[in-house]
Write a protein that binds this ligand. Structure first.
Ligand code: HEC
Length: 127
């Protein structure tokens, strides 16, 4: 009788493990990060503004109290910093630039950096 119980519990535990393992699933974005980054039609309005907003840049670099005298809330101001190299240099943590976002260890994700670089290479247009 006792052996029967042990076998029954062993089977139950084994089944539980298989069941739990089944809950693991692969997230495509994590497995193939580059496949999600579309650099074909990078635009100021649909790509660059959301990147600057999502990375909290606008909260410190707006017209109300621009930190470091840098404003990133209008196209013309973003364009100036795109063309003088500061926008990408600071976001990419290049040497010689202040790493942004300031006070955060979160560097902007690679796809967003690639979009910023592509947008600048394409002439930093207001598109
Ligand atoms: C918490 C506030 C804060 C956030 C968030 C922030 N910045 Fe800054 N930023 C600053 C301050 C302050 C300076 C001036 C730093 C200095 O001169 O030491 C600065 C400087 C800069 C500069 C000039 C860099 C240089 O080397 O001259 C750029 C460009 C810039 N920020 C862009 C950004 C971008 C892009 C983001 C978002 C990824 C961002 N900032 C997020 C506060 C912030």
């Amino acid at each position: 009788m006792k052996e029967h119980k042990i076998i029954r519990y062993t089977v139950l535990i084994a089944m539980g493990c298989i069941f739990l393992a089944g809950c693991y699933y692969d997230v495509g974005e994590e497995l193939y990060p580059t496949s999600q980054c579309d650099l074909a039609d990078v635009s100021y309005s649909t790509d660059i503004i959301p990147i600057l907003t999502d990375n909290t840049c606008i909260s410190c670099h707006n017209n109300v109290s621009p930190q470091g005298s840098i404003k990133l809330d209008t196209y013309s101001e973003v364009k100036i910093n795109a063309e003088n190299g500061k926008l990408f240099g600071s976001m990419n943590h290049d040497s010689g630039f202040k790493p942004m976002p300031q006070g955060s260890s979160n560097k902007t994700d690679q796809c967003s950096l690639d979009k910023i670089r592509t947008w600048i290479e394409n002439g930093a247009q207001n598109n």
